[in-house]
Ligand binder design. Sequence first.
Ligand SMILES: [Zn+2]
Length: 245
Amino acid sequence: MEIQEKLLSINPYSRTGEKLKSVKQIVVHWVGNANTSAIANRNYFESLKDKHIYASSHYIIGLSGEIIRCIPEDEVAYHAGNGTVNRNSIGIEDCHPDWEGKFNDATYNSLVELCADICRRYNLNANNIIRHYDVTGKICPKYYVEHEDAWIQFKKDVANKIGQATSEVTVKEEGSDEPVRKYKNGSTREDIYADTNLTKKIGSLSPYEECDCFGIFNNRPMVRYKVDGTSNYKIGFAKWTGGVK
Ligand SMILES: [Zn+2]
């Protein structure tokens, strides 16, 4: 794996030089601009110092699988839309040939390799890799938000590369008979599903609704939600692990 070091200049917007607190997660993004190159996106981040926009990421992976480092791994990048996540994660932007947003093989393979390498160096596992979507609900990286199976497969591919059992990927933590945590919904109404593959909708949570959570299964928070218009509660799965408190 070859990494091209093309660091942004220190500036108040895209590279402040603030040190990361820790590396607990890897956040995956799409660049959101079809058929653009890694270096073009890197130069865009560099230009933000003049446009006074806060945005950057540690790495950008291009359409030929090339990897550009924009921010040193021990500094904060501005990619996740959340200060705490930004201070405790490494951000990776990925180029994509079209607006469907699926990464081509070269980009995908470099992403798997880079994630596996970061996981090994910081003692993380594939469950510590999240989508921008899992932090803020933004549709990023688009294809892997719209195709949950492709996202799960990606994490399995990373786990295989690290040499972790794939069974570890699907169960994040043991559940409990008693709700051990809380779940707080984000700013939009979210559907609740009967299954972790999100195939059957059974209810929904209002914006900012808070409920009990029994743990995370197959990367889905199991929640006890209130059935609309009644005082009854049922158990189901929410989409967004970022809501678990
Ligand atoms: Zn993003």
